[in-house]
Design a binder for this molecule. Structure first.
Ligand SMILES: Cc1ncc(C[n+]2csc(CCOP(=O)(O)OP(=O)(O)O)c2C)c(N)n1
Ligand SMILES: [Mg+2]
Length: 898
């Protein structure tokens, strides 16, 4: 039987010797069994590794700790005191959630996640995580969202949060509360890294670690002292975002990155891998990807049993037991484990003869063993050249008592009876701190607080001081100031393209290049592209500013002879991420929050295929705004008809609508190069000058047209979202208004001419750069008016801007709901019609597509005439006339349904 086909293709230089080795192995299996054979094979592999033979490493190891007890380092802390502190934190975290749910039934919160991971965090807080004192960047610590109660409980003991804040866990509206999960948007001086949408934190942490190396290699900031820690649930590992980029972390040699996977074997509904072993599965995945894997499966009390396991029966049992069974052992008695785990094999039974049932039940898991964890973290920090993942086995709900621990429902338990709290108090030996009378039924369970000067408080604070201050803590302190770019960078676009045609995309690329050339500002620009630079005409930047490559360029590129060759470099500026919008977005977040995480403002411009932006990575964009990111998102190849030929999955007609739901995104749909430049310049001013925590989204089109120069005084209107771009032609007499955005400007302009020439309609043209902005301004005005009835009512700005006569026709390459955002505020006496691209995209020419979606010039003409006719301002017959003149198919299926 051929198991490893490759072996048979290698030349055997000494078949006799080969046979001797094989016979030896056969003999061992026959005489001493498979366990012994496995042992010898492992020893051989270990030796091969030491001799650098280059034999392939196996992807999995037996179900035991990766660090043998004999090489565990000395534990430097006060173990007893740290256990006490941990008990206090456990107690307070539970009381906080229980009280919150008494005060406001259904308010939620989680007990079990932190209960399983308290030791994982505490080892970090007491011995590893670096703080941010004295302007240091410190470590980046991503905390499992549902473990937030434990983090608040620690901050309370440190004196950083008050009892009233704990009492307002999940009740933020009146102020002074605590957010459910790590949300920098809601607690901007506390949380740094938003995490709760599963999978996003792990992904972000990889790119954060990578971005730290980028800053370092580009000599912008020395980040060598910062480590990224990411705490992840074992269930969370099923999210594609969690594991999707782990090979990048290994490829980039991110030894500044440590993941800790809390393997409590459970997710929300039940076991993560009831019929398998999540730790083994993850080990194989990570080892295969090139990570350093440290398994922390068993607590110290198992060491003695394993040492006596001369036949390998215990190891076999460990290997053969599935997670569903391990979960069962967590809820059953010691007698049950004696019977079922140690029972079937007499050699196993003998191994635990000397232990009582209670002792068997309390044989701890590695993730609750402080020394084992310390050893793992230390090894992780000493690892060079590869990221480390620590797979720590825990029990979900640990110490919360038999009704919660390991139960399938544990994730959602948020209430505890007085009796349950009493049991917990006993379990944690808190009789002194929590007096019996304080748990009377009619009383609120008390928090434990540490008076200033108490031994425990002093110890906690000393540990944090030694590690550069408390965490989490978000400090915005600019260490390396950023000067805004000089006007010169924008002037090229303000001047227009003369007689040359250009697209808004290539215009933007010129702007980006100009910004990069600005001597002060340029180095802080971070262009991010997911393998589309050529599509956007940005490949011209490769040579000029280089593509970041941590290993430089170890080959001569095929196009080396060309002027614009492919250039990778350790100091390269472009993050050419390959085909990963999610990874690019994670890089964007790292760059866009660098003003806070490092005190070094960086300016990311993430240009993507607009269809693969908001709908593909919308959750990450939401996370970015939670993280208070500042930067530019550019949706290139925008529009349902402007991106011709590509069809249904490429043509974007709705990203602006998706962007419209985020309260801190300024979403613009510019038509002209000068609009792009005006918006970018204003965005830089607001985000990097004024320090507003907002994002900009701009659509960019690939249709060439002559780009006009910026009209005098147009800048304010461009920014405001709407301005008059052209007056109605002289000579015509029936008034109307056409609003255009983006690439629809061409059809609108043609329609204006047609209307004047054939139908005596005098339409003025407005450029609508941001319906979102107009709508938000109007909503603000409306609200102010509603709540201040005694003041004279203000008029929404958009209503003022649309003052005039006749119908208004809005045309866009996006769906009609985009211009519909302002329809409510059209002035009395005018009507409003939206023409847009509702329906699925399809392959064809721009011309055909615009006819199909009814947004071309003839359709604008017809829509204008129909609106005039409906208002009695033009004769009904002219509508039919226009339909005929332009040969429009009135019987065509509505494109929305086609
Ligand atoms: C994207 C996403 N989907 C679903 C949820 C809801 N959710 C919150 S916690 C959880 C289970 C978490 O299990 P695990 O990752 O194993 O963490 P544990 O609490 O066991 O440590 C789920 C499904 C979420 N927060 N994010
Ligand atoms: Mg879990």
């Amino acid at each position: 039987m051929i198991i490893d086909g490759f072996v048979h293709q290698l030349h055997d230089t000494d078949p006799g010797e080969t046979q001797e080795w094989l016979d030896s192995l056969d003999a061992v299996v026959d005489a001493q069994g498979k366990a012994r054979a496995r042992f010898l094979m492992s020893k051989l592999l270990e030796r091969a590794g030491q001799l650098q033979v280059g034999a392939p490493a196996s992807v999995s190891t037996p179900y035991v700790n990766s660090i043998p007890s004999e090489v565990e380092p000395f534990f430097p802390g006060d173990e007893d005191l740290e256990r006490r502190i941990r008990a206090f934190i456990r107690w307070n975290a539970a009381v906080m959630v229980v009280k919150a749910n008494k005060a406001a039934d259904g308010i939620g919160g989680h007990l079990a996640t932190f209960a399983s991971s308290a030791s994982l965090y505490e080892v970090g807080f007491n011995h590893f995580f670096r703080g941010k004192e004295d302007g240091l960047a410190g470590d980046h610590v991503y905390i499992q969202g549902h473990a937030a109660p434990g983090i608040y409980a620690r901050a309370f003991l440190e004196g950083r949060l008050t009892e009233s804040q704990l009492d307002h866990f999940r009740r933020e509206v009146g102020g002074g509360g605590l957010s459910s999960y790590p949300h920098p948007r809601l607690m901007p001086t506390f949380w740094e890294y938003p995490t709760v949408s599963m999978g996003l934190a792990p992904l972000s942490s990889i790119y954060q670690a990578r971005f730290n190396k980028y800053l370092h290699n580009r000599k912008i900031e020395d980040t060598s002292a910062s480590r990224v820690w990411c705490f992840i649930g074992d269930g969370e590992c099923d999210e594609p975002e969690t594991l999707g980029s782990i090979s990048l972390a290994a490829r980039e040699g991110l030894d500044n990155l440590t993941w800790v996977v809390n393997c409590n074997l459970q997710r929300l509904d039940g076991p993560v891998r009831g019929n398998g072993k999540i730790i083994q599965e993850l080990e194989a995945v990570f080892r295969g990807a090139g990570w350093n894997v440290i398994k922390v499966v068993w607590g110290g009390k198992w060491d003695e049993l394993l040492a006596r396991d001369v036949d390998g029966v215990l190891l076999n049992k460990m290997n053969a037991t599935v997670d569903g069974e391990f979960q069962r052992y967590a809820v059953e008695s010691g007698a049950y484990a004696r019977e079922h785990f140690f029972g079937p094999d007499p050699r196993l039974t003998r191994l635990v003869e000397h232990l009582s049932d209670e002792e068997i039940r309390n044989l701890p898991r590695g993730g609750h063993d402080y020394r084992k964890l310390y050893a793992a973290y230390k090894a992780a920090t000493e690892q060079e050249g590869a990221p480390t993942v620590i797979l720590a086995k825990t029990i979900k709900g640990w110490t919360l008592g038999p009704d919660v621990e390991g139960r399938n429902a544990t994730h959602q338990i948020k209430k505890m009876t007085t009796d349950q709290l009493r049991l917990m108090r006993e379990r944690l030996h808190l009789e002194e701190e929590v007096p019996e009378e304080s748990l009377a039924d009619d009383r609120e369970p008390p928090y434990i607080s540490l008076p200033e000067g108490s031994e425990a408080r002093r110890y906690m604070l000393e540990r944090r001081t030694a590690l550069d201050g408390p965490l989490p803590q978000r400090i915005v302190h600019t260490k390396r100031k950023l000067d805004l770019p000089a006007d010169a960078a924008f002037e090229e676009l303000y001047a227009g393209s003369g007689t040359q045609a250009a697209s808004s995309t290539t215009s933007f690329t010129r702007l980006l290049r100009n910004l990069c050339r600005d001597p002060q500002f340029g180095p802080r620009v971070v262009p991010i592209i997911p393998d589309e630079a050529r599509t956007f005409g940005m490949d011209s930047l490769f040579k000029e500013i280089g593509i970041y490559a941590s290993k430089g360029q170890q080959y001569e590129p095929v196009d080396h002879a060309l002027l614009l060759s492919y250039k990778e470099s350790q100091s390269g500026q472009i993050l050419e991420e390959g085909i990963t919008e999610a990874g690019s977005m994670a890089s964007f977040i790292a760059a866009a929050t660098s003003y806070a995480t490092h005190g070094v403002p960086m300016v990311p411009f993430f240009t993507f295929y607009s269809m693969f932006g908001f709908q593909r990575v919308g959750d990450l964009i939401w996370q970015a705004t939670d993280a208070r990111a500042r930067g530019f998102l550019l949706g290139a190849t925008a529009g349902r008809t402007t991106l011709l030929g590509e069809g249904l999955q490429h043509q974007d007609g709705h990203s602006l609508l998706l962007a419209s739901v985020n309260p801190v995104i300024e979403a613009y749909d510019p038509a002209f190069a000068y609009e792009v430049a005006t918006i970018v310049q204003d965005g830089l001013r607001r985000m990097y000058g004024e320090g507003e925590d907002i994002l900009y989204y701009l659509t960019l089109y690939n249709e060439n047209q002559v780009m006009p120069a910026r009209p005098e005084g147009a800048a304010a209107g461009v920014i405001e979202g709407l301005y008059r771009w052209a007056d109605a032609p002289d000579g015509a007499s029936i008034p109307a208004t056409i609003l255009f955005s983006g690439s629809a400007n061409l059809a609108a302009r043609a329609a204006q001419t047609e209307l004047a020439e054939h139908y005596d309609v005098a339409a003025d043209l407005h450029s609508a750069t941001s319906y979102k902005r107009l709508r938000e301004q109007a909503l603000t005005t409306e609200r102010t008016n509603r709540l201040h009835p005694s003041r004279p009512a203000d008029t929404p700005r958009v209503t003022e801007l649309l003052a005039g006569d006749g119908p208004i026709i809005a045309v866009t390459d996006f769906i009609k709901a985009v211009p519909d955002q302002i329809s409510r505020w059209v002035p009395d006496g005018r009507s409003y019609t939206s023409l847009g691209t509702d329906g699925f995209g399809r392959s064809d020419t721009r011309e055909a597509l615009r006819r199909h979606f009814e947004i071309d010039a003839p359709h604008i003409v017809v829509a204008t005439l129909a609106a005039l006719a409906a208002r009695g301002e033009a004769k009904a017959e002219i509508v039919a006339d226009a339909i005929k003149r332009y040969d429009l198919d009135a019987e065509a299926v509505d494109p929305r349904l086609a």
